[in-house]
Design a protein around this ligand. Structure first.
Ligand code: GAL
Length: 638
């Protein structure tokens, strides 16, 4: 598959007489794709039933005639104002029971049956009109499910659907639910499913089993909302269907949504993320302010490659300053090109820049585009053009398996949120910190779903923090030939959020280890490791084991233990500790490592090798001196 570029365009924002010129400029810049339509409902249907397709027909014709391929977004992320008059209770409710109302976007509850019907109606009309023929080259469903904290809703509609979901899960047996959740604890037993409310507005914390069930239900509502649209689009069109996911939005199971789609895509805003959701120290924020975190984008590239089962895009790439982070610096010159190549190095088929022209009105006035509001070129278009020229000789996307697999499990993310045991401890951070350590060792990583059944070909498999370890994953990992890392908290809860009363963790193949006690640790009380740099922070389990000790704390308690290819790590290690653990695991796996200079990362596929310098200064590496925003690429000999 050829690597291609594109942009996000809003014909409804601009006078019709500049569409043609815009399209010609896109083609001249080397762009292939143009995504349109995802926020256009109020112009498609200004009043109920009054369908105005003409402008969209002409916009599509203009873009297609210029030689562009159109990705058409379904407009369901932005229901028009009249929809609210029809369905006044369609909003999601926040945890305090307050409606999240009209005036921005994503103002709907995934469980509201009236809105679900409206969404199906507009998608059907769109699919009937544009599905046949080849005007549309790909579809996008909705826009960024879950963004702005919109997966979970405490509405009446959600409650009604949750009750039905629980009835199905527990086979209509309320006694089974009471037993599974331990409702006897504070006399929380229910007599009937209809009595079950949502886990908000309780006096003190709700039952964690109740919350985890609600989180799983809320995720399933996103999956079924998306599936409605996919079924309709498929009935009318052969074009592939994508969704554009967001960075660090983990409230629904992206793998499950992804199973219904041909392509995963995501929206990559490296500078916004660094300020807003990486959780970096102020010093790191300053050091990488114009480049972004060296691992955060790569992590999502690898994650969404898994969600797309190999096929993935960047649907929106940051082109300059964004408007939504606490501070919004401009990227270093060269960074837009750098981010584009980084995505290609991780297997992206396409990278599309958000957006074509900066909007002179409304919420994103301060968000850069490829063009300025006056239509003059902004820096991003110059760098995109450069990439387009480079792509002419760069070959195709070649899928290849990495030597390391890292399991990422959305269910574990919710479980840690429901019961972190220590302030600020998140599963996402735990996994990201393992990923960072692997990357500091120069390793390329495949992120894999917890449903992975075959780990053959992986020299090293990391599965940290899986609070509920399913039987199927336990069996698949037991069969793996590579080194397998578990813990902390592996199998610490059963499927209903109870602590298993058999010794923990559930028998790992050949590794006899029992978690006798658990504690969380203040961040200002790290426990130094014995003999090596590094410490346990945040979380530590006390192990009963006769297995070989690989890592222990200076006070003498084992942290990582091993038998054959199975390794259990009982603590949350800091960066140095993880570097040591990764080096130890690689030595056991016979996997070579290549220590990266600070800010430098390498990505290898079967056919190519890339080096990226994320620093604002030049760095010496074994492939030469990389300038700021430097990208080095070479072909690998097979
Ligand atoms: C994305 C969103 C776009 C735009 C962009 C701004 O999250 O999908 O519509 O708002 O952010 O950075």
């Amino acid at each position: 598959m050829q690597r291609t570029l594109g942009t996000c365009y809003y014909p409804e924002h601009w006078p019709e007489d500049i569409w043609q010129q815009d399209a010609a400029r896109m083609v001249a810049a080397g762009l292939t794709w143009v995504r349109i339509g995802e926020f256009s409902w109020s112009r498609i249907e200004p009043t109920p039933g009054d369908l105005q397709w003409d402008w969209l027909d002409r916009a599509i014709d203009t873009l297609v005639s210029a030689g562009l391929k159109v990705v058409l977004g379904t407009p369901t992320a932005t229901p028009p104002r009249w929809m609210v008059d029809r369905h006044p209770d369609m909003f999601a409710l926040d945890q305090d029971g307050k409606p999240r109302g009209f005036g921005s976007r994503r103002h709907y509850c995934f469980s509201h049956q009236g809105y679900r019907k409206e969404a199906r109606r507009i998608v059907t009309l769109m699919a009937e009109r544009y599905g046949p023929g080849d005007r549309i080259a790909a579809w996008q469903t909705d826009n960024e499910y879950g963004c702005h904290d919109t997966t979970v809703s405490y509405s009446d509609a959600a409650r009604a659907a949750f009750v039905r979901w629980l009835e199905t899960r527990y086979g209509g047996d309320i006694g089974a639910l009471n037993a599974a959740w331990g409702n006897v604890f504070w006399s929380m037993d229910y007599n009937r499913f209809e009595q079950i409310g949502l886990p908000n507005l309780t006096v003190t914390e709700p039952n964690p089993a109740h919350v985890q069930a609600f989180r799983r239900f809320s995720s399933d509502q996103v999956v079924s909302f998306n599936r409605d649209q996919v079924e309709i689009l498929r009935a009318h069109s052969d074009a592939p269907i994508a969704h554009n996911y967001m960075g660090r939005v983990t409230d629904f199971d992206h793998y499950k949504v992804g199973e219904d789609l041909e392509i995963a895509s995501w929206d990559s805003y490296p500078l916004g993320f660094l300020e807003d959701r990486v959780g970096a120290s102020p010093e790191k924020q300053r050091r990488y302010a114009r480049q972004g975190d060296p691992d955060f984008q790569a992590f999502h590239h690898d994650l969404y490659r898994a969600v797309g089962r190999g096929r993935w895009w960047v649907m929106e790439q940051q082109p300059g300053p964004v408007n939504w982070a606490p501070y919004n610096p401009a990227p270093l010159p060269g960074m837009v090109r750098f981010w584009t190549w980084e995505a290609f190095a991780h297997g992206a088929e396409a990278v599309c820049y958000f957006r074509w022209r900066q909007a002179p009105f409304a919420q994103e006035q301060l968000h850069a585009g490829m063009l300025r509001p006056d239509s003059a070129e902004a820096p991003a278009i110059v760098e995109a053009r450069q990439v387009a020229e480079e792509l002419a000789n760069a070959g195709d996307v070649a899928p290849s398996q990495a030597p390391v697999a890292l399991v990422f499990d959305y269910d574990a993310e919710w479980a840690w949120q429901v019961q972190p045991h220590g302030q600020g401890l998140t599963y996402f951070d735990l996994v990201l910190e393992h990923y960072r350590a692997l990357r500091r060792a120069g390793l390329s990583v495949d992120i894999v779903a917890p449903t992975q059944s075959d780990f053959s070909g992986y020299a090293l498999i990391l599965a940290p923090g899986l609070m509920h370890l399913t039987d199927s994953l336990r069996k698949a990992l037991a069969k793996a030939e590579g080194q397998v890392l578990y813990g902390p908290r592996t199998g610490a809860r059963d499927a209903d959020f109870k602590i298993p009363t058999s010794p923990l963790p559930p028998a790992l193949d050949g590794l006899e280890v029992v978690v006798a006690a658990v504690e969380s640790i203040r961040p200002d009380m790290p426990l130094p490791l014995a003999n090596v740099d590094g410490a346990v922070t945040g979380y530590l389990e006390t192990l009963e084991t006769a297995a070989e000790v690989l890592v222990e704390i200076a006070a003498g308690q084992p942290v990582a233990v091993a038998a054959a290819n199975q390794v259990y790590c009982a603590g949350w290690l800091d960066g140095d500790g993880l570097d040591h653990l990764v080096a130890t695991l690689c030595a056991r796996a016979g996997l070579g490592i290549c220590k990266m200079p600070e800010g430098v990362r390498r990505r290898q596929t079967a056919t190519e090798e890339f080096w990226f310098n994320h620093l604002a200064e030049p760095v010496d590496t074994e492939v030469g001196t990389l300038p700021p925003a430097g990208v080095f690429r070479r072909l690998r000999k097979s």
